[in-house]
Design a binder for this molecule. Structure first.
Ligand code: UD1
Length: 395
């Protein structure tokens, strides 16, 4: 038996663990592997807790109910990460997994990896986890990081800190694109730990194709195919600074005069907009439609049928490349360079003129065309589990 303890806590995490759990279940049904089972235990840290930020993803993607919900909730980065660690440690001690699996770059990712790494340091002879009847050490979990190696080279981003630290304490680094491998090697990480396997988010998208097709979100929002744009904006660097946010809103104001913009709003952005007093101005922008956050199937349907996306999200840069929908990234950098080199992504920074210029190009039919990167084939979860099974000597 190989036992995985999977940690997830925030919206993008749920999308990444869904294909992994599905693949575990599939492997367990294979006859020739019946001699052993892959066991998993799912831990939800509670970083995201609103229905639209958490539960809807479990329903949409048929993720089993978590075995544990740590119910941590919101707080400062240090408080949130520390609280997750405190609550996760006894779970790992109780469950005794062979491997702790973390995904992406959120605070839950770092917390999961850190607890596992710190437990490995607790090799005192009296430690409940490390003591066998004959006093040998056992059950020190290894760490697997899915979506390793991505770098924005901007340490002011909380995600970049999480990426660096998680990668440097992980034993299996599963990478989505070649730049990730290069980054890890440049940082001196052992080549033997790095596996280029593709993008597990794309597994989720491919597996959900039929359900996505069935989404009625366009009808619900009275939208016409390719006659609207989608916006996601929630990064602290964009929504926590009044001047930056105001400048972006003035760009959206210009754009909505030409094409309808749909903005499923993240709770943190909503709070900031209210705090800065921008609500009335946004209401006056008649073609700028704010909705509550929406579930996975509806979001992918909405984006796939849109004329273009404007975003500061990481995952959506990849999803638009896969869907061949133009993407304007409203950030100074991206940790996913393949979406620019091969895909449909254009880095617009927070430059109003650049954003307006690129929108003009798209609206005049001169949008950037892209190709789907190699290995984004819907088989990433399969590749990951094959590597793990082999490494643990079960095949
Ligand atoms: C987190 C990730 C970010 C990811 C995003 C996806 C980190 C450091 N950041 O950012 O990389 O792109 O998730 O959504 O982990 N809130 C609610 N309800 C919720 C969750 C959050 O109201 O269910 C509000 C709270 O006011 C909270 C704020 O949103 O303080 C921020 O939430 P948090 O989990 O700290 O970070 P995100 O901005 O969601």
């Amino acid at each position: 038996m190989l036992k995985l303890l999977i940690v997830a806590g925030a919206r993008p995490n749920f999308i990444k663990v869904a294909p992994l759990i599905e693949e575990i279940k599939r492997i367990n049904k294979l006859k020739h592997l019946r001699t052993y089972q892959l066991k998993y235990c799912l831990v939800h840290t509670g970083q995201h807790y609103d229905y639209e930020m958490s539960q809807i993803f479990f329903q949409d993607l048929k993720i089993p109910k978590p075995d544990y919900n740590l119910g941590v909730g919101s707080g400062s980065h240090a408080w949130q990460t520390a609280k997750m660690m405190e609550k996760l440690e006894p779970v790992i001690l109780k469950e005794k997994p062979d491997l702790v699996v973390v995904v992406g770059d959120v605070n839950s990712t770092l917390a999961g990896a850190l607890v596992a790494a710190k437990l490995r340091c607790s090799q005192s002879p009296n430690h409940p986890m490390t003591k066998l009847p004959n006093n040998q050490m056992t059950h020190l979990p290894l760490i697997a990081h899915i979506e390793a190696g991505l770098r924005s080279f901007d340490m002011s981003m909380p995600e970049e800190i999480n990426r660096h630290l998680t990668d440097h304490i992980s034993d299996f680094l599963f990478v989505t694109e070649p730049a990730g491998v290069k980054n890890l090697l440049n940082e001196g990480i052992d080549k033997g730990k790095i596996y280029l396997v593709g993008d597990i988010m794309i597994d989720a998208l491919i597996k959900s194709k039929v359900k996505i097709q069935k989404s009625k979100i366009l009808e619900k929002l009275h939208l016409e195919r390719k006659n609207y744009a989608v916006l996601t904006l929630h990064r602290p660097a964009n929504v926590d600074d009044k001047k930056i946010l105001s400048n972006l809103i003035s760009a959206f104001n210009e754009i909505q005069k030409k094409i309808k913009i749909i903005y499923p709003i993240h709770p943190r952005a909503k709070k900031q907009i209210e705090k800065f007093g921008f609500k009335t101005h946004l209401k006056e922008m008649k073609n700028f439609i704010i909705t509550s956050p929406i579930g996975y199937m509806d979001m992918i349907k909405l984006v796939s049928e849109s004329k273009f996306l404007m975003t500061d999200s990481g995952g959506l840069q990849e999803e638009t490349t896969f869907l061949k929908v133009p993407c304007l990234t409203l950030r100074e950098n991206t940790e996913r360079p393949i979406t620019i080199e091969k895909g449909t992504n254009i880095l617009c920074k927070r430059n109003k003129e650049k954003i307006l210029k690129e929108v003009k190009e798209i609206l005049s039919g001169k949008e950037k065309k892209g190709k789907i990167p190699k290995l984004w084939d819907g088989k990433t979860a399969q590749k990951i589990l094959k590597i793990l099974i082999k490494s643990y000597g079960k095949e």
